[in-house]
Design a protein around this ligand. Structure first.
Ligand code: NAI
Length: 427
């Protein structure tokens, strides 16, 4: 099978890219106190010595800080992107310059090149895998099952990847231990809610240069990402409509004061639509024709299947790029639908995208780093299959963050501890 060459052998202006990538990484690292605290430990103790970490993540500055931390902890690291549009080539080049890191990630590659880059990472024969969306772990199971034996374990960053792993685990088809990083509190309560909320809205605003105030924003899905998007959109003075398929989540949105209705109903009322479901075909042919002229459609879910672009193309009589990152589809009646970032995650794949705020990724990647350390040091203790992140690791990251922020915690007294642990205390 053909595999990709490292990015530095494929792109031009390597020195200039290196310099600008280095600058972006240094800025991110400066604002990541959790990774900085772990760096002190990792460089002193080298817990990852002898490990080969294979990664498929969004290759931008914050991810680079994690990659460098793992290399400083003693690992050899091979990385590629988990989305063809989210890679920053300058960051990828700067990573590739590190003697223990090889980066294959390149912006804008097609599907064949995307998998050639994944195969190139797998060629390093990783002992630990780090995924965002699951493409690496699935590729290993499907195409390179002989490698599974030497893999200690892996980690998964996002909801969609965890869904895929759960299905695999239920089928008895997950052949090494995987940590579900997404569902641990230090990740999803912050990254999915605040990270996606802030960065999706910021990127939509920057890509379009349009205001939120006075707009009707339709948020599809009121999960962790959806509630973040809805909350921040309301904070920008938009009227927010939520669509859901889960009665509890719909009720939660209602009790939070949002209007809740079906997509069929919302289609004709929204000015901006943001999908956050992790599902497919959320906005389809049934909806496009009802929409107002000039609506903006963006997706913040992991894959580019939430807005059905095939339906939209079939309905269109004309298609053109009206602004960088904004594709306009003109329907037969002359109304226009604008899709951002080709329907891929808008906060990572639009031309101006920077992904989540740095501080948020410090937390998510703090969890990733301690999980990789756990696999390297105690990986033998975990069976094949999907595992929750041990609570002690999640707490460790929370404590590092509180320390960095100078926030003090109360401690349980012995009497309180005994009271909390006892079932005999009543009125
Ligand atoms: P979640 O499971 O908490 O929420 C998804 C919600 O969508 C659920 O409440 C579900 O009932 C609802 N839903 C499913 N199908 C629907 C439909 N057809 N119409 C309306 N609602 C529907 O998941 P979470 O954590 O909010 O993640 C959502 C997606 O965002 C995933 O694909 C995840 O991987 C991705 N993600 C993206 C990030 C980004 O940077 N853009 C960051 C974190 C996660």
């Amino acid at each position: 099978m053909e595999t990709a060459a490292p990015i530095s052998e494929r792109v031009s202006d390597v020195d200039a890219k290196h310099e600008s990538g280095r600058q972006k990484i240094d800025w991110a690292r400066e604002h990541m106190p959790i990774l900085s605290a772990l760096e002190d430990e990792f460089t002193a103790e080298r817990p990852l010595s002898g490990e080969v970490v294979g990664m498929a993540l969004h290759v931008e500055a914050k991810t680079a800080a994690l990659v460098e931390l793992l290399a400083e902890g003693g690992a050899e690291v091979a990385i590629t992107g988990c989305n063809p549009l989210s890679t920053h080539d300058d960051v990828s080049v700067a990573l590739d310059a590190h003697e223990n890191i090889t980066s294959y990630a390149e912006h804008g590659i097609d599907d064949t090149e995307y998998y050639e880059a994944i195969d190139a990472v797998i060629d390093h024969e990783p002992t630990i895998t780090v995924d965002d969306g699951g493409d690496l772990v699935f590729r290993i199971h499907e195409e390179y099952p002989e490698l599974v034996e030497s893999i200690i374990g892996g980690t998964e960053e996002t909801t969609t990847g965890v869904h895929r792993l759960r299905a695999m685990d239920a089928d008895g088809a997950l052949d090494y231990p995987m940590f579900n990083v997404n569902d641990t509190p230090m990740k999803h309560l912050f990254d999915n809610v605040h990270g996606t909320g802030e960065s999706a809205l910021a990127n939509i605003a920057m890509t379009t240069n349009l205001s939120w105030a006075g707009k009707t924003v339709v948020v599809a899905g009121f999960g962790y990402c959806g509630r973040g998007v809805a909350k921040k959109a309301r904070g920008q003075n938009a009227h927010v409509i939520v669509t859901e398929i889960d009665p509890r989540r719909a009720l939660e949105a209602h009790m939070e004061g949002y209007e809740v209705t079906s997509m069929d109903d919302a289609a004709e009322r929204g000015d901006v639509f943001v999908t956050t479901t992790g599902n497919r075909d959320v906005v389809t042919a049934d909806h496009f024709e009802d929409m107002k002229d000039g609506v903006v459609l963006a997706n913040a879910g992991h894959f580019d299947v939430e807005i059905n672009l095939e339906d939209l193309r079939n309905l269109s009589v004309n298609e053109r790029e009206v602004r960088e990152g904004v594709q306009e589809y003109e329907l037969a009646d002359g109304s226009r639908v604008n899709v951002l970032a080709e329907g891929r995650l808008v906060n990572l794949a639009s031309p101006v995208s920077l992904g989540h705020p740095v501080e948020v990724m410090d937390q998510s990647f703090g969890v990733q780093a301690v999980c990789v350390r756990e696999l390297a040091t105690h990986g033998d203790g975990y069976d094949d299959g999907l595992h929750d992140v041990p609570d002690a690791l999640d707490r460790e990251v929370a404590e590092l963050k509180l320390d960095a922020e100078g926030i003090e915690l109360d401690e349980l007294t012995d009497v309180q501890r005994e009271y909390m642990d006892s079932w005999q205390h009543g009125t």
